[in-house]
Design a protein around this ligand. Structure first.
Ligand code: ADP
Ligand code: MN
Length: 568
C-alpha cells in the first residue's frame, strides 16, 4: 500500500498506532500551524490543541487497512453462508453457531481445496437466487397491471426456485395466468377455428393445418418456449414462419442439448458422492472442527467399497458432551458411503441381526447407512470391553464414526497383508501374529458373542507387535441365521493366510471352526458349507419350536392361519 509521503506500510496492523509514531500525515493535524494560532483563519475557527486531543484520531492507515477490509469481508461472508445454510434447510437457524473461521482453517493453503469448492457452490446458489429474484422484479415492473405480460422465466438460472417458496395456490394461479396470456397472444395472431375445423377468410378456407398459420405458430413456440441457450435470433421484426419439419428438428436438438447438460450435471454429483464426501458430509466434518471436537481433518487413509477413512487430529471438548472417551490426538474418521450400491448386497448382515431387526426398513436406505455406523460402534465397544485390541470409539455422528488412530505420527499401522514376515516357519513375529489372530477370533466368539464376518489379513492391523481387529460393522452374533457360515469363512481366510506365509503346524479351517463352536465338520470347502447350512436350518427350526420365544409363537400362529409371513 503506497501512501502520500512515498512510505510503504508493511505487515499486519494489530492495534491503532499512536499518531506521533506514524509516518503518515494525520487527518487532523496534531498542532495547528503557528501562523494562524489566535489569528483570523480563512478556513474558520481552529480548535485549541486541548480540544483536538479529545477527538479520537483517525489515521488514513486505519481507514485503508486491508485488515479492516478483510475482516469486514469475512463477517459478510459468514452471514451469507449462514443465510444460505438456513435457507437450504441444511442448518438450523442459529444452531450451534456455524463459524466461517472454521471453514477458513480447513481451507488454508496447506490443506485441500474442497471447502473452497463448497463455498463456491453455496455462493453460486445464492447468486442464482439473487439473479432470478432480480429478473422477477424486472418482470413485475415491466408487466405492471397489463393483461399481456412478458415472462423472463427462460432466463432464470432456476425457474422453479421462486415457485418453490410460494404456496401451491399461488403457483396454480400463476400458471393459469401464463396460459391465459398465451391464449390471448395467439388469439390476436390467429383466427379462432370453430368446431367445423375451418374458417373462411376472404372467401378462402383456412384450417388449423394452414401452412402460414402453423408456420407462425411454430415460430411463436420457438421464441416462447426454447431455452435461452438456443439462439433463436430476433423474430419480432419480420413475419417469421417455420415449417413443421424445421420446428421438429429444432425441438429435437434443443431437447438433446438439455438432456446432455443434465447428464453432465448428474455425473458430477455422482462422482462426488462416490467419494463418500458429499456436501452434507463435508458440512458435518466442518461442524466437528467448528465444535472443536476435531482440530483438523487431513487426507484420506483409505477409500474402500463401503467407507472412506480420513486422518484427523482430535480437539479439546468440555466433559459435559456426549463423549465416550477423551479425544485422542490422532484419530481415524470412518465415513460410511452414502451411495447405496455396495450396501444392498450386505443387507443380510443387518437384516437378520435381531439387535437391529426392528429398525431395519427397506424403505429408507439412508437410515440403514446410519445403522451400519451404529453397528460398528456397538461392536467395537463390546470388543474393547473384552480387552481385545481394537480402535476406541470416540464419537458417532450419523454415518461418521470417529475412532482412535492405530499407528504413529500420521502413519497408519499396516494390515497383516502388508507386513513383511520372514519366510521362516519359526519366525517369532509370524508365530506371534498367528497366535494373536487365533486369540482374537476365539475371544470374539466366546467372550463377545460375536462373529467378525469379514476377518482376514485385510482387517487386522499390526501395530507395536500387536494385532488390532478393525472393520466390525458387519459382525454378528452366533444366533444369526447365517452366523456359522460367516464363522467358517473367517476361519478359512485366516488359516489360508498363515499357511501361505509358511506356518506348518497350525489349525485347519475346520479344526479351528470346531474348536470354536463345537460343531464337527466331515469335509472341507463347499461340502463343509453345505453341512453348516443344513445345521443352521435345523437350528432355526429348533429355535422356533422353543415356546419361550414370543416371535416363534407369532410365526406358528401366522403359519396356522395360512398367512405368508416370512420367518422372523
Ligand atoms: P472398509 O470397510 O473400507 O474396509 P476399514 O474399517 O477396514 O473399512 O478401514 C479401511 C482402512 O482404513 C483399513 O484397512 C486401515 O488401513 C485404515 N483404518 C481404518 N481404521 C483405522 C484406524 N482406527 N486407525 C488407522 N487406520 C485405520
Ligand atoms: Mn476393511
Amino acid at each position: 500500500m503506497s501512501c502520500q509521503g512515498g512510505t510503504t506500510v508493511e505487515g499486519p496492523i494489530e492495534t491503532p498506532v499512536p499518531l506521533s509514531a506514524t509516518n503518515l500525515p494525520p487527518v487532523v493535524p496534531a498542532s495547528p500551524p503557528n501562523a494562524v494560532v489566535g489569528g483570523k483563519c480563512p478556513w474558520g475557527q481552529i480548535k485549541s490543541p486541548a480540544a483536538v486531543a479529545e477527538i479520537t484520531p483517525v489515521s488514513l492507515r486505519d481507514i485503508m487497512s486491508e485488515q479492516l477490509a478483510s475482516s469486514l469481508q469475512i463477517e459478510e461472508e459468514e452471514n451469507l453462508v449462514k443465510e444460505i445454510l438456513v435457507a437450504e434447510g441444511i442448518e438450523q437457524p442459529a444452531a450451534d453457531g456455524f463459524d466461517l473461521t472454521a471453514l477458513q482453517s480447513i481451507s488454508s493453503p496447506s490443506d485441500d481445496c474442497s471447502s473452497d469448492f463448497l463455498i463456491a457452490q453455496m455462493l453460486q446458489m445464492q447468486y442464482n437466487k439473487e439473479h432470478d429474484h432480480g429478473l422477477k422484479k424486472v418482470e413485475e415492473k415491466f408487466n405492471g397491471a397489463s393483461k399481456v405480460s412478458v415472462s423472463l422465466s427462460n432466463y432464470m438460472m432456476n425457474p422453479c426456485s421462486e415457485e418453490e417458496d410460494s404456496s401451491d395456490e399461488e403457483m396454480d394461479s400463476g400458471k393459469k395466468k401464463k396460459a391465459w396470456d398465451k391464449f390471448e397472444a395467439h388469439e390476436k395472431a390467429f383466427p379462432v377455428i370453430p368446431r367445423c375445423g375451418y374458417v373462411k377468410i376472404d372467401n378462402e378456407m383456412v384450417t388449423k393445418h394452414d401452412v402460414t398459420m402453423s408456420g407462425r405458430r411454430n415460430a411463436c413456440k420457438v421464441m416462447e418456449n426454447f431455452p435461452p441457450c438456443i439462439h433463436t435470433g430476433d423474430g419480432a421484426s419480420f413475419d417469421m414462419q417455420l415449417s413443421n419439419k424445421v420446428y421438429n428438428t429444432l425441438k429435437v436438438y434443443s431437447k438433446s442439448e438439455d438432456d446432455r447438460r443434465t447428464r453432465l450435471h448428474e455425473k458430477k454429483e455422482k462422482s462426488t458422492s462416490e467419494m463418500a464426501m458429499d456436501a452434507k458430509t463435508r458440512l458435518m466434518l466442518y461442524k466437528l472442527v467448528n465444535n472443536q471436537i476435531l482440530e483438523n481433518v487431513y487426507g484420506v487413509i483409505s477409500t474402500g467399497k463401503e467407507a472412506v477413512v480420513l486422518y484427523a487430529n482430535g480437539g479439546s471438548v468440555p466433559s459435559d458432551t456426549e463423549m465416550l472417551v477423551e479425544i485422542p490426538k490422532e484419530c481415524a474418521v470412518k465415513v460410511f458411503k452414502t451411495t447405496l450400491n455396495e450396501f444392498k448386497t450386505r443387507d443380510k448382515y443387518i437384516k437378520d441381526d435381531y439387535r437391529f431387526k426392528d429398525r431395519f426398513s427397506k424403505q429408507n436406505p439412508r437410515k440403514i447407512i446410519h445403522l451400519w455406523a451404529e453397528k460398528e460402534m456397538h461392536n467395537l465397544n463390546r470388543i474393547s470391553k473384552a480387552g481385545i485390541p481394537c480402535p476406541q470409539v470416540v464419537l458417532l455422528k450419523k454415518h461418521i464414526l470417529i475412532l482412535s488412530f492405530i499407528g504413529t505420527d500420521m502413519k497408519p499401522a499396516p494390515m497383516l497383508k502388508e507386513v513383511r514376515f520372514s519366510k521362516d516357519e519359526d519366525d517369532p513375529v509370524l508365530n506371534s501374529a498367528y497366535n494373536q489372530t487365533i486369540d482374537i477370533i476365539t475371544r470374539l466368539y466366546k467372550e463377545c458373542n460375536l462373529i467378525h464376518g469379514d476377518l482376514s489379513e485385510y482387517n487386522i492391523l499390526w501395530h507395536e507387535s500387536k494385532c488390532y481387529v478393525i472393520d466390525v460393522s458387519q459382525a454378528v452374533e452366533p444366533s444369526h441365521p447365517h452366523g456359522l457360515e460367516f464363522l467358517y469363512r473367517d476361519c478359512v481366510n485366516i488359516i489360508n493366510f498363515f499357511a501361505k506365509k509358511g506356518l506348518k503346524h497350525i489349525h485347519t479351517p475346520e479344526s479351528l471352526f470346531t474348536s470354536l463352536c463345537g460343531f464337527d465338520l466331515d469335509g472341507s470347502g463347499a461340502e463343509a458349507v453345505n453341512q453348516i447350512q443344513d445345521y443352521e436350518k435345523d437350528h432355526e427350526l429348533l429355535t422356533f419350536a422353543k415356546p419361550e420365544k414370543p416371535f416363534a409363537f407369532d410365526y406358528c400362529w401366522e403359519q396356522s392361519k395360512g398367512g405368508a409371513s416370512s420367518p422372523p
